[in-house]
Structure formats: C-alpha cells, structure tokens
Design a protein. Structure first.
Length: 315
C-alpha cells in the first residue's frame, strides 16, 4: 500500500474564480500517472466520493478531486447553479492543472466522473485527447429520456410553466429561482424525491459546504443535456462504464444501450443495486473495476512503498 498526502489546492478558472480541490499525492519516485475526478448534479467532493480518491491514491495514482463552480469550496455566482457545459469547460482547466504538476506524467492522465459528471466524462473523453482513459460511473446519458421516466406527464405543464416564469423573472432583474435538491414533500419543488437520493444528499457534510437547494434553471439545463450523443466518439480513448443493474435515476437500460453504441476499446462493469449503491454497499466492486481500468491504461504505478499514511496541508 502506498503512502499518500492530501493537499487543499486552488485551480484558476475563467471569470476570475478558483475551483477548490483536493490533491492526493502518492509517495515514491515520480512522475506518476494521474486521475482527475468530480461529482455529479449538485454534489460536492464531500458527498461520498473521497473514498474513491483515497483508493486510487493508495493504488499509486496522483488524484485531483475538484468541486464544480458555484458549489462547495469553489467560487462562482450564483451559488448552486449548474451549467453542464461550463462545468466541462472548467474540467478542462483541471486537466491542464494536473498535467502541469511536477509529480504527474502528463502522458498518463485518466478521468473519473459519476452520475451527471459521468455524462461529462463521456463528453470529455470524446473531445479531449489528453486523456488516456475514461471511467463513467452511473452516467447521465439523456436528460430528455430520463425526464420522461421521472416526471409524470400530468406534472409536466406545471414544470414548464415554472421554467417560463423563471425566465421572465430574470428579464426583470430577479435572481434565478430555486428549488430543493431533494425532498419528500410533493408540495415543495425538488429535483429528486426518492428515499435513496434524500439519504445520499442529506448525509452529514461540514458546515457551510452545501445547502439543499439548486437553481430551477439547472433542472431545465439537465433536461436538455444529451452526453450519450458523444459516446461513439470517445474511441480510440478507452472507456469503462460502471452501471448499476437497477438504476432508476440515470436509468440502466439507457446506459446499456449507450454502451452498445460505444466503440472499442470499451468495458462494462455491471454491479448490483441502484444509482447510489456504487458509493455505498457496492463500493468495493465499483472501485475495483475503476482501479483495474486505470492500471491497465495508465500503466501500473510504483507500489514499492508498504506503509500507509495520510497527511494534510496546502499547496
């Protein structure tokens, strides 16, 4: 097992903002292969994915895990506002940051994204050839198709009216309207209502890092986002899809259909459970599949150090 340190770092992005990130640096002789990571819709680095970063660092990879703009430790206004294409643009800056680190071999960089950011992983895999391999875990494939599954037809007119009212309000100079990320009360607008989503998003995180709200226009953007359209273009970059067998959020059958459209080299890791199980009960299977993929395509890291350790600092 490899020693690694964990640093807080800032990544300069456009508009004068900085992306907050954790940088995990393994011990041993470098330069090392590296992995860049980020969370999905309205999530932060505190929401259950640090354990993936630690596992990858323990395996000998440099790991950069950043918060999207407007969330967590990253800058940007309005808070809790999600534009998938802005997030992708920022992620390119994160790739540039990690390839410039002296500890990193810039020719051996992989990318891991989950859920909404699993969709980003597909787009980036198709459009950024600096990446040597991609892992997309329970990825968004089609915002439109997912919306058809998750929003009842009789509820759609009210949702579309809310989108229109929000646009008109912004023309008047009002701030973007907001809704909860998760909530069980049907009278309160929320992006997700399932118990597993509520439990996942409302897990304890440090004070001031996350609030249970997101802009309404973020939901409209999500319903327009179609990363599955890019999946056949990822090749020749190797692509691993980690898919939950009973995913009701990013919808298993859509992801399996997308996998069929992907070109080689590709691999499917089909694991038990629903959308949030890869972070929880099925973490060992999801992590092992991703680590094996990174080792195969980024090269086996130096594993000569045997004592684990963790230190924190800033850089």
């Amino acid at each position: 097992m490899i020693v690694f340190s964990k640093l807080d770092v800032k990544i300069p992005a456009e508009d004068g903002i900085e992306l907050g990130a954790w940088l995990f640096l393994p011990g041993g002789a470098g330069p090392h292969p590296a992995i860049t990571m980020a969370h999905g819709f309205a999530g932060t680095r505190e929401h259950g994915i640090e354990r993936f970063a630690k596992a990858f660092a323990t395996a000998g990879f440099v790991v950069l895990l950043h918060d999207h703009r407007n969330f967590g430790t990253s800058g940007g206004e309005p808070r809790a506002d999600i534009d998938p294409w802005r997030q992708i643009k920022d992620w390119r800056r994160a790739i540039s940051y990690i390839e410039a680190r002296p500890e990193v071999d810039p020719n051996r960089i992989g990318l891991w994204g989950t859920s909404y950011a699993g969709g980003h992983a597909i787009v980036l895999g198709a459009t950024d050839r600096r990446l040597r391999c991609i892992v997309a875990q329970v990825p968004t494939i089609s915002g439109y198709e997912q919306g058809l599954r998750r929003v009842a037809p009789d509820a759609l007119p009210a949702l579309e009216q809310a989108f229109s009212d929000d646009e008109r309000a912004q023309l008047r100079g009002e701030a973007p309207r907001r809704q909860a990320v998760v909530g069980a009360d049907p009278s309160v607008p929320a992006a997700y209502r399932s118990k597993d989503a509520i439990d996942f998003y409302l897990q304890p995180v440090p004070a001031g890092i996350w609030e249970n709200e997101v802009t309404l226009r973020s939901t409209r953007a999500a319903r327009m986002y179609e990363p599955g359209n890019w999946i056949s273009r990822v090749s020749p970059t190797p692509l691993l899809l980690v898919v939950a067998r009973d995913d009701k959020l990013t919808v298993t059958d859509l992801t399996l259909q997308a996998y069929e459209r992907a070109l080689e080299p590709k691999r499917l890791a089909l694991i038990p459970g629903g959308h949030f199980d890869p972070y929880l009960d099925q973490f060992p299977q999801a992590e092992a599949a991703a680590t094996a993929w990174f080792r195969e395509h980024l090269g086996k890291p130096d594993v000569s150090i045997s004592e684990p350790a963790l230190s924190q600092g800033a850089a």
